[in-house]
Ligand binder design. Structure first.
Ligand code: SF4
Length: 257
């Protein structure tokens, strides 16, 4: 028998649907990262640059064993840098069973695990709780503090994401908070201050705060799907805006980038 993760019902190996892999990443978690982009997303962010990850029925079917075989070839890099595996997407948590099983094996190999997530956890079922337990660091996107604007930006409420951050704090988990700065949507002082207050409440469970500038690199993917691009005419934020918002957030957290 091969893998520790076979389903008892069908005896079919557990597999994930993978959009793509990136090796040698250095920004999505500590050290050198092997990043698995999973297929499928439960948000529909209007600035999404990975529009092609949304359809959960697509992607390459891959087992944990197949991934681990490749991941282990980077062993010297992970060990030397304190790095490991980051699950991203799409939204990796919608394949919680697979990612939890993968992270379990990553831990057995001695590497770090990070989950890049929009935090839309509603049920906290067994697979999701297992995934949370197997995750060393969460890269949590707080897309917008105003719920109505959040719905416009993502198609979903921010309620569950905010609750998820509090859940992580209550369970002693570590997180990096990320905000994509989108002009006219999330570049205002009020949003940054509300976010700052929220981050302050999360205390030392937040290791780092990162502001990421909106960019248009994934725009062509929307055209491929014949989807109207709602941010037509919105240009990336200026360096001054990014610095201003970072300075503002530094009033609430010491480690803002
Ligand atoms: S959560 Fe991420 S992958 Fe999903 S729509 Fe938003 S930006 Fe795209």
């Amino acid at each position: 028998m091969s893998c520790s993760c076979e389903t008892s019902v069908t005896n079919e190996p557990l597999y994930g649907r993978i959009h793509s892999i990136e090796t040698g990443g250095a920004v999505d978690g500590p050290g050198i990262r092997y990043i698995v982009f999973l297929q499928g997303c439960n948000f529909k962010c209007i600035y999404c640059h990975n529009r092609d990850t949304w359809d959960a029925t697509k992607g390459q079917k891959t087992t944990v064993d197949e991934l681990m075989k490749e991941i282990k070839t980077y062993d010297p890099f992970f060990i030397a840098s304190g790095g490991g595996v980051t699950a991203s997407g799409g939204e990796a948590s919608i394949q919680a069973k697979f990612v939890g099983a993968l992270f379990k094996e990553v831990h057995k190999a001695g590497y770090n695990t990070c989950l890049d997530t929009n935090g839309y956890f509603v049920a906290y079922n067994e697979d999701q709780v297992n995934l949370i337990n197997e995750t060393d660091l969460f890269l949590l996107d707080l897309k917008c503090m105003d719920d109505e604007r959040h719905k416009v930006l993502t198609g979903r409420t921010n309620k569950y994401t905010l609750e998820f951050a509090k859940y992580l704090k209550a369970h002693g988990k570590k997180m990096w908070i990320r905000l994509v700065v989108v002009p006219t949507y999330t570049d205002d002082d009020e949003n940054a201050r509300k976010m700052g207050e929220f981050i302050k409440e999360l205390g030392d469970s937040v290791d780092r705060v990162e502001l990421l500038a909106y960019h248009e690199l994934g725009k062509h993917k929307w055209a491929f799907f014949n989807d109207p691009y709602k941010l037509e005419g919105i240009t990336p934020p200026s360096a001054e805006t990014m610095k201003h918002l970072r300075d503002l957030l530094k009033e609430y957290h010491p480690n803002v980038h």
